[in-house]
Write a new protein. Sequence first.
Length: 238
Amino acid sequence: MSDVLLDIRDLRVRYGAIEAVKGIDLHVNAGERVTLIGANGAGKTSTLKALAGLLPMASGDIRFDGHSIRAVPAHRLPRQGVSLVPEGRGIFARMSVLENLQAGAYLRRDREQVDEDMEGLFEHFPRLRERLGQSAGLLSGGEQQMLALARALLSRPRLLILDEPSMGLAPIMVEKIFAVIDAVCQAGMTLLLVEQNARLALQVTDRAYVMDSGRIHLTGNSAALLDDPGIREAYLGE
Ligand code: ATP
């Protein structure tokens, strides 16, 4: 199965007496868009943190393109081709918008192409161009999410991981962010999306894992899950 880009086997995360992730298997194929959905406290963020090398106590096998990334710390992941936008966005508040964007491209040597990519992103996010010189910390929540997404894309990742991009944003902003996520994926990006907004997540992805109390409760085609009465009732508020 050479097209499996991310392969997680029997991942477990324990915080003292609490077992937050109870042995999950999850994979993402190259070019695929996959979402991990589930209620508050289901273990989604713990899964991503383990994946990002932030939880040394996690156990299990995590492979990216066939190589174990279990022991790779978060700051080394971009070098491997993995870009993660954490919950809360992780932008550099005191740096300007432009400096944040440049930080996203710090590993790249193809300057002209970086500029071109930036121009392309400004078409999606004209606000960022207008605010290039401003401190990122002064941007609105939605603008910060745009910046975090744009910064992640500027590293030209092979796998983009987004943790709750809709969190705390006004509906109009959520719509905008998801339109961009969709466009980026249509262009061939491989995506792992963690979201509480299950409807949106299922709309922009190919396949989904539904997590509940630390376990994968259900997995399947996103479109089919959108139509599933049980999912509609439990996760789509119907
Ligand atoms: P949310 O959508 O609210 O972020 P989640 O699905 O991402 O939820 P996690 O944040 O992974 O869930 O949390 C899973 C469980 O682990 C929860 O019961 C949570 O209280 C617990 N937990 C998370 N982080 C810690 C921690 N640092 N110490 C102790 N327990 C934790």
